[in-house]
Write a new protein. Sequence first.
Length: 558
Amino acid sequence: MAHHRTTTDVLIVGAGPVGLSAAAELRRHGVHCRLVDRLPARLPYAKAVGIQPRTLELWDRMGLVRAVLEAAVPLRGQLTYVDGREQGRVELVMPPEVPYGFAALPQYETERLLEQYVARMGTVIERGTELVSFTQDRDGVTARLRTATGAEEELRVPYLIGCDGAHSIVRKTLGLSYRGGAFQEEYMLGDVVADWDMPAGYGIRSSRRAADGSTGDVLVCIPLPGAGRYRMSMRLPPDLSGARGASPVAPDGVAHGPQGGRTPGLADLQAVVDRLAPRPVRLSGLRWSSVFRISHRIVDHYGRGRVFVAGDAAHIHPPTGAQGMNTGVQDACNLAWKLALVVRREAEPALLGTYDAERRPVGEEVVGRTVRHALRGIEADPEDRKTLLLREAQLLVGHRGGPLSGAAYGPEEAPQAGDRAPDCAGLTTPVAAYPLRLLDVLRGRPGHVVLLYGSDGAELARAAAAARATGGLPAVVILAAGADESAGSGDPSVPVYRDAAGEFGRLYLPDGATGLVVRPDGQLGARFPLAGTAAALRGYLRALSVRQDTLLRDPVVA
């Protein structure tokens, strides 16, 4: 066995969207990682298709969003048909302050763009490389890898992340439970072109009622890039199921995702569409198809010691609302910045316990909601339409009351520590001839950012100095709309933006002069009165387990 000495800080197993997102965020924070995947190439399947507005915000902060927007198509809404008659239309329209809408992009395209992003920062997927086993001790993790040539390698790393899917070897080796169940039905999935005149950008859900009034057959069509192209899913007809024989259950008993055996042909899909589509349609251009099963499961813990799981390795559920991949990407972003602080010895390892504390409740909520919607439809939730839409967009994901979220400050309805930091428009500078968004201000800054809002120059200068003296946190001043032109921080290294449109004030509801900490994952870490900046930041850094002999700083990616 070859012994490989390396300066790798984190080994990531699995190069799907979640593993790639973990690598992207770690590299952005200056952490060296290796990314291995047992598959020789990207799978050509449009498995995860929907991209949520929240994920696009995270990719904006990373500097990836433009490439995604150029490749994706908008998801404008959904049309619902029962027995051939239109029953309702859902318009996926976000409030004007939300910068992105819903989008559709095949998973292989998402992976391609993320792969290019991490390659630019020096991390290349090691394909055909499989994690055979690992052990961990107090000081690190010893992993055994088998490469594409069949050679085995032993690798010693400080940390390991399992992004290796529903059948995760990382989860199994850790001995994490994966409780839940499976839906009995089998489904067909196909990537095809439909020559109908349905409005572009709308998903189609068409069903037939059974004799007892329950929903019988269901056809779901999600638009993809390309003229008339859709990913269509439908129940596997009994005659096909019988012809295939029962799907072989995976050795670990987890029935989720594409199944082995016969692949449905275009005629199989056409037969179901003939029965269920709201109007006659001819299918063509079949790129790929599969039979798949759906399970719902979640681990009892998102990691143990120096080893963590994210994405499908931690939670699986019905694809309703396209929540899975997006939840996994957000898992990766939450874990990566915390790992980076610990790897750089700027925070104690205790910080890593907050990954499970913050993300497992999110996973439990998503699993419960998607199962509910799969069984009873989105109407199963009694929330008003706007709240429902914001929740599906993952803009309401938060960690209030979590271990990193301190005391509330200001109006109860204001964004508080643990909530998503809302984007806003209308920020101006004396030089730019156009207004900026808050995301423009945050883009490319990998670490924490302190926002200081007010109109008194002297008060803002004291707060900026307090931020610099407390952990070296970078500050940005947001001048209230009516503030004097000369007001600012008094420090040329602290950028100043004016809330010219008053939108920051409207969305953040500052209680007078107010400070906020924006975390690397776009959640708020703290909210406080400007006069209490030093005390608030000391409290937040204590919650982060930040070492007092280090400074938080933006890393240089090497």
